[in-house]
Design a protein around this ligand. Structure first.
Ligand code: NAP
Ligand code: HSE
Length: 437
């Protein structure tokens, strides 16, 4: 049997995720060393505020608020779990330039500066591991990097943000307000330091950028992802979706769209939107702080991953798994050989976000309860050239809903305006995409 090895760790960030990492590598050190042959010794921790009270299993003298002081320690591996794209970027790049491997949970950093980070790692014979950056404890980066590498991945659809899933579930099942649900997600350690990143869809778009870049082997620009969050969603739509057999979820979707037989005509459809997911789809069943990812590959077919997408220990589970893979040399080998990191891949080409066809949910709200909302809607629809698959009158008799047949956004917009002009409505119609299964 190989002798046990000690790996010295510089830990940038000792908050929700950093404290979970310390819990595993300190409090569970024996069983970890027994299973892996690796023992982690944290030689320094970076924090912003040294005066903050903490109960960490780490000698307080090892804490510093100076990035340069952390990086001057004798360390083998930098673990960056501080967040942000300014100091974190400098710390990560400095470590890589010194030839040190980096484990990071920072999807914002990789989505905005991934090519620079990977290029620096390659230039200095270092490596970057980032399992925790895309949905906390779910091993989906590993699935795409290794388990599914034999496939041409055609499509991925995910609930990438646990805070949003938690908030939508709490509003619908526990009657919480949006603000109270966000506050509870913050207290539970699910939300970003600035939770507007979660609810605006930004965090989902960061993760989609990182994962889709690997899955489609293209350098994807974060700014090209069409994005809408849950901050303007209304409870009425969550309730009506449920009445109709759907769950409303914030989805990140990446799909190859090929025009004609030649792969060179391929473009990517990338979007983050609140979407109605039919109950038959496994993503619909995910509630609370769960995340999930559905991936379709040409050899394997459909695969599905779900579990805790955020929180201290679930995220630390992914960080420490990366630390073990760095220690065993597996990360460096993968990083050296695969050509799918976005310092090496061609720029992605994008589909116009409004162009692909899809079915949509459209809700019309009447100015007063109707005896027969569906007849009123049917009259308004009678000479409008838009096929619909289904209509529904909500139980409160104030809302009528249609699920359209696949249609482009531009066609939908024209049709919805025409219908709305023929009905006595209170407010603008609400339009949400429906996931096709
Ligand atoms: P957090 O609780 O706010 O912890 C951040 C830590 O970094 C704190 O210890 C903070 O110091 C320190 N820090 C922040 N900015 C710093 C700076 N400029 N200089 C020095 N120290 C600084 O955040 P978190 O939830 O652990 O998230 C950390 C990273 O993991 C983020 O990139 C996040 O997106 C990612 N992530 C989080 C989760 C999750 O469930 N929370 C899941 C997956 C990925 P103080 O303690 O003094 O404030
Ligand atoms: N704020 C993120 C979420 C943390 O809620 O999913 C996990 O990346």
């Amino acid at each position: 049997m190989n002798r046990e090895r000690t790996i010295k760790v510089a830990l940038a960030g000792c908050g929700t995720v950093g404290s979970g990492v310390l819990d595993i590598v300190v409090n569970r050190a024996e069983s970890l060393a027994c299973r892996t042959g690796v023992r982690f010794q944290v030689v320094g921790g970076l924090v912003a505020d040294l005066s903050k009270k903490r109960s960490l299993p780490l000698d307080p003298h090892l804490l510093t608020d100076e990035p340069a002081a952390l990086l001057s320690r004798d360390y083998d591996l930098l673990v960056e779990v501080m967040g942000g794209t300014t100091t974190a970027r400098a710390v990560v790049l400095d470590a890589l330039r010194a030839g040190k491997p980096v484990v990071t949970a920072n999807k914002a950093l990789l989505a905005l500066h991934g090519a620079e980070v990977f290029r620096t790692a390659h230039a200095h014979s270092a490596c970057v591991a980032f399992e925790a950056s895309c949905a906390g404890g779910l091993p989906i980066v590993g699935a795409v990097l290794r388990g599914l590498q034999a496939n041409r991945i055609n499509q991925l659809v995910g609930i990438f943000n646990s805070t949003c899933n938690f908030v939508l579930t709490a509003m619908l099942d526990r009657g919480m307000t949006f603000a109270d649900a966000v506050a509870e997600a913050q207290r539970s350690g699910y939300a970003e330091a600035d939770p507007t990143l979660d609810v605006s869809g930004g965090d989902t778009a960061h993760k989609l950028t990182v994962l889709a870049s690997l899955a489609f082997a293209r350098n994807i620009e974060f700014s090209r992802i069409a994005m809408q969050g849950i901050d303007r969603l209304q409870l009425d739509d969550l309730r009506i979706a449920r009445e109709m057999g759907y769950a409303c979820k914030l989805l990140g979707i990446g799909r190859r769209v090929t025009n004609g037989p030649h792969a060179q005509n391929e473009r990517l459809h990338l979007a983050v939107r609140p979407t109605l997911v039919p109950n038959a789809h496994p993503l619909a069943a995910l509630t609370g702080a769960s995340s999930g990812l559905w991936v379709q590959g040409d050899a394997v077919g459909e695969t599905f991953y779900s579990g805790a997408g955020a929180g201290s220990l679930p995220t630390a589970s992914a960080v420490v798994a990366d630390m073990i893979e760095v220690a065993t040399g597996a990360t460096q080998a993968t990083f050296n050989s695969l050509r799918i990191f976005n310092d090496q891949t061609a720029p992605a080409e994008y589909v116009d976000p409004g162009a692909p066809e899809g079915p949509f949910y459209v809700r019309f709200t009447f100015d007063s309860p109707r005896q027969d909302a569906l007849s009123d809607l049917a009259r308004a629809l009678s000479d409008i050239p838009m096929r619909h698959e289904r209509s529904h009158a909500a139980s409160d008799r104030r809302h009528a809903v249609i699920i359209t047949a696949p249609i482009t956004c531009a066609e939908l917009d024209t049709a919805v305006r025409a219908i709305a002009s023929r009905l006595p409505l209170a407010g603008e119609p609400v339009v949400l995409p429906v996931l096709e299964v």
